[in-house]
Design a protein around this ligand. Structure first.
Ligand code: CP
Length: 302
């Protein structure tokens, strides 16, 4: 991975992912102090973020590196009309690595092609969020003890949710059985269903969310995004269709864990938070170890 950009989950191999997970486990149990001394990481966030930006910045701080960048492009020269091309060309002069979130699909790939330093995609529109996927894999492995032969239920916005797209691509390498639960407007795009068929993997699609989760090892919740509906009445009809409540977990498997990339709105009731099967807050913590592992691997420091 040394000196390479991480734009899509397909940029690296299954064995690369597994090495990142191993390294993250090492960082979790044996914190390192000064590995990034003298290194400067730029975090360019053209879209809002809490977890991704702060966990990257926490990872860099824990390893003794320095952070530059912006969390709001309104404070950059983009407001004066500067292009993404020029912004990237300039920021390369000031740092060893760029972490970028941008609303346009393909923007991270574009940045990686013109940058003289590696670029990590921290989310590009509805396309990909590969570092989220690696922390999801880490969370799944930690809670299940394995990645192979699991049953994953993905719930909510499966059309525009970049986290579910990246996760599906990664987990399709581990003989996963998928269940997709979404309204018609937000169903998993055909390209991902084609991928699963071509790999001979089982997947099932559902409209309802009650009484079907007894087989789940992982439930991966996502937010139903109001802004994606063309018909507001349709949104009103479906917005509460996929709310996970504690009582729904009564007859689920002991090893089941609930994941969510967060932020949540109302799709996981707060009564789930105290259930031992709720894992989303620890999942967000795992993002620090995974991002430490990604940064140090790309900078060739281990
Ligand atoms: N999971 C995630 O990407 O969260 P943020 O939007 O807060 O970074």
């Amino acid at each position: 991975m040394k000196n390479k950009s991480l734009v899509s989950i397909t940029d690296f191999s299954k064995s690369d992912y597994l090495k990142i997970l191993e390294l993250a486990e090492n960082y979790e149990h044996n914190p390192v102090g000064n590995m990034l001394a003298g290194k400067v990481i730029a975090t360019l966030f053209f879209e809002p973020s809490t977890r991704t930006r702060l966990s990257f910045e926490s990872a860099v701080n824990k390893m003794g590196g320095r952070i530059i960048g912006f969390s709001d492009s309104n404070s950059s020269s983009v407001t004066k009309g500067e292009t993404l091309y020029d912004t990237i060309k300039i920021v390369c002069n000031y740092c060893d690595l760029i972490v970028m979130r941008h609303p346009l699909e393909g923007s991270a790939r574009f940045a990686s092609e013109i940058a003289s330093v590696p670029v990590i995609n921290a989310g590009d529109g509805a396309n990909q969020h590969p570092t989220q996927t690696l922390l999801d894999l880490y969370s799944i492995k930690k809670t299940q003890g394995k990645l192979d032969n699991l049953t994953i239920y993905m719930v909510g916005d499966l059309k525009y949710g970049r986290t579910v797209h990246s996760l599906l691509m990664a987990m399709s390498q581990f003989n996963t059985t998928f269940h997709f639960i979404s309204p018609e407007e937000l169903k998993m795009p055909e390209e991902y269903r084609i991928l699963l068929r071509s790999l001979g993997l089982k997947f099932y699609e559902h409209k309802d969310f009650t009484d079907i989760i007894a087989e789940a090892d992982i439930i991966y919740m996502t937010r139903v995004q109001k802004e994606r509906f063309s018909d507001p009445i349709e949104y009103e009809r479906t917005k509460n269709a996929y709310v996970l409540k504690d009582k729904m977990l009564t007859y689920t498997k002991e090893n089941l864990r609930i994941l969510h990339p967060l932020p949540r709105v109302n799709e996981i009731d707060q009564d789930v938070d105290v259930n031992p099967k709720a894992y989303y807050f620890t999942q967000a913590l795992n993002g620090v170890y995974i991002r430490q592992a990604i940064i140090s691997s790309i900078l060739g420091l281990n």
